[in-house]
Structures are given as C-alpha cells and as structure tokens.
Design a protein around this ligand. Structure first.
Ligand code: AMP
Ligand code: MG
Length: 334
C-alpha cells in the first residue's frame, strides 16, 4: 500500500473521510502526539487498529471528536464537575472517561463499561474530525511499546506501506499524551498524567485524585501497566546523584567500540564535558516537547542511551517523568 503524507487541507480531510468510511486507518496530527484513527462504531475498523499496532487486546482506545460533536450521545450521564472541566480545558490535551452509552464498538473499551473521549485542539485534528463527523477511535500512531510519534516522519517509520494516509500538521507542540481523567466517581481521578496537571484540574473541579493500581486489582487504565515508549537501542537509567556512575558507563561503552549517548536536563550538560548528550531542556513544557523526539533520534544512531532522570517537578513533569522512566524500564513512581 502506498502511504501518502498530506498537509492538512480540505482536500486531505475529504480523502481521509473516504478512507475512514472504507474501514481504513488514517494517521493525523494532534497537539499531543500523532493519532492512528478509525471509525469507532465499526468492529472491524477498531480491530484493524489493534492489529496494525500489535496492541494488547485489553488496552482500551480513546475516542476523538470535533469540538461541536454532541458527546451526550456517546455517554450515559456525567458528574456535575465534568461540564466545568470541559469548558476550562477543551479542546485540549485532556481525555475524560465517562460511563459509556454503548454506542461505539465494544472493542474500543475492551470490555470496560466506560468510554474515554478527547477533543483535540490542533486545527489539523479538528479539520479531520469535522470532515468525518463521527467518533474516531485513535491510539498514538506508533507500534505497540515503541516511542510515540510527534512528527509525520515518525508515523511513517512505524506504518509506512501499512496505512493509506498521514495528515501532516508538523511537529506536535505538546509532545506527550493527554492527561486521562476518570470522571465516573465523586471526584475526578487522574489515570494517566499528562500536559494538564492535577493542580489545574483541582482548581476547576475543587479536588482531584491520582489513581494507583493496588496489587491484585484489575487496573482502571490497563494501558498504564505495560512497558512503553521504548527506544530501539540499549538503555540505562540513573538518578542525578548517580552521575559519575553514568559517565563511567558512557566511557566503558565507548572503549568497547559502541556509540553511547546521554539524555538529560539542560542544567547537567556542563558536567558532561566530552560526552555526547541530548538536551531535554529547562522547563516542563520543553522536556515534554523534546522527550520523544530525542528518544527517536537516539535509536537511529546510538548503541546505548543513558537517561539521567530530570530533577524538575511541577506542571507537566509528573507526565514527563512517567514516560521517561517507562522508556528506560525504570520504576513508575511519578
Ligand atoms: P494511547 O491512546 O495509546 O495513548 O493510550 C490510551 C490510554 O487511555 C491508555 O492508557 C488506556 O488505558 C486509557 N484509556 C482508554 N480508554 C479508557 C477507559 N475507558 N478507561 C480507562 N482508561 C482508558
Ligand atoms: Mg500510546
């Protein structure tokens, strides 16, 4: 199959609509990462997405709709705090999980009685969703476990020849996935940290919890249980205090004829003289924007990527640290 990469024009949106109506999957730009979308109402289209990605069948998908789509047709009621949250943050990088009305394919939520809905802000995503005017199930447009894509080229690397169209809206500003928020209980609860922080949500909803899976309990957001975001080179993970050990490992790899590389926050670069280092930046937004770009870059030219966990906290850092640790196989403590 030939994979076309088209700029987000009305013509591209019309073409995307014909593919979606034919049960195909289309990749599209959003403000977080690129999505791989298919008609959420079609069993075969949704199963096609799982097959393309090699995604475990118990990891549910987020449904994407345009800003004027009437989501009350997809959900079975909602708590009082949901509407103020939508007004404050949508369109934007917040996915809200509601009781499902069962109007989309049962494969979307993998047997859960809830439905995750997102209204992306990017004009490319809005144009595509408006043209299709249907709920679009869309996970990130990467092969399962691989680093999420933040450019059309990244999508092509994983799905070139396997999907008909990528809508190229340029690099994603946000850089990490949306915050996933459970809106089925008394207070909203974060299932996956992202660009919108707990503090921002609590400021609107009055309170906001953070979900932690208990041992032996079926997880509320199964996708969070998998090793994820992994670059295709060897990796090693260190804390800031272990800098000298990280540098020693770097030189050992170099002596063995490998091509090591260090990924760390900007403030640490001065301490890494003589080492090749990739600069994550200074702020939470910069680190979110650069993380996947740099993980994808490292896997093309490094034999060993050494990650030194950022020390910055607050804002999007909970989400950044969560991805950072999981990319390096570190523990998920953020
Ligand atoms: P991805 O689209 O690949 O970034 O992953 C979607 C994320 O949303 C995963 O972590 C899922 O577990 C989560 N998710 C999707 N639908 C639901 C749902 N109905 N309830 C809880 N989490 C969900
Ligand atoms: Mg994903």
């Amino acid at each position: 199959m030939n994979t076309e990469i088209l700029l987000p024009t009305e013509q591209a949106f019309r073409l995307a609509k014909t593919y979606i109506e034919a049960g195909e999957a289309v990749a599209f730009h959003t403000e977080t990462v690129y999505g791989l979308g298919a008609d959420a109402r079609s069993d075969s289209a949704v199963r096609h997405i799982f097959e393309l990605k090699g995604r475990p069948s118990d990891n549910p998908l987020i449904v994407h709709v345009h800003r004027d789509y009437d989501i009350s047709t997809l959900i079975d009621g909602e708590p009082a705090y949901a509407a103020p949250l939508r007004r404050a943050f949508l369109p934007g990088p917040l996915t809200m999980v509601y009781p499902s009305a069962g109007k989309v394919s049962r494969f979307v939520s993998c047997g859960l009685d809830t439905l995750a809905i997102r209204v992306p802000a990017s004009s490319a995503a809005q144009g595509f969703l408006r043209a299709v005017n249907a709920p679009i199930a869309a996970p990130s447009a990467n092969l399962s476990k691989h680093v999420s894509p933040v450019t059309a080229k990244h999508v092509y690397e994983d799905f070139g020849g396997k999907i008909p169209l990528i809508i190229d809206g340029g690099a994603c500003d946000g850089g990490i996935e949306s915050t996933v928020l459970d809106c089925t209980g008394e207070i909203p609860v974060i299932l996956r940290a992202g660009l919108i922080s707990r503090e921002q949500i609590a400021a609107v909803a009055g309170d906001c919890g953070v979900y932690r899976a208990k041992a032996g309990e079926k997880p509320k957001s199964p996708g969070m249980m998998y090793k994820h975001y992994a670059p295709r080179c060897r990796t090693a993970y260190f804390h800031r205090e272990e800098l000298q050990t990280a540098i020693a490992l770097y030189h050992e790899e170099e002596r063995a004829g490998g091509a090591p590389c260090i990924l760390c926050e900007h403030a640490l670069l001065g301490a890494l003289q003589g080492c090749r280092a990739l600069d994550l930046g200074d702020t939470d937004r910069e680190m979110a924007q650069r993380l996947y770009v740099l993980l994808r870059r490292a896997e093309t030219d490094a034999t060993l990527l050494i990650g030194i966990a950022p020390t910055l906290r607050g804002g999007a850092m909970t989400g950044v640290l969560n991805r950072f640790q999981r990319a390096f196989g570190g523990t998920d403590e953020a």
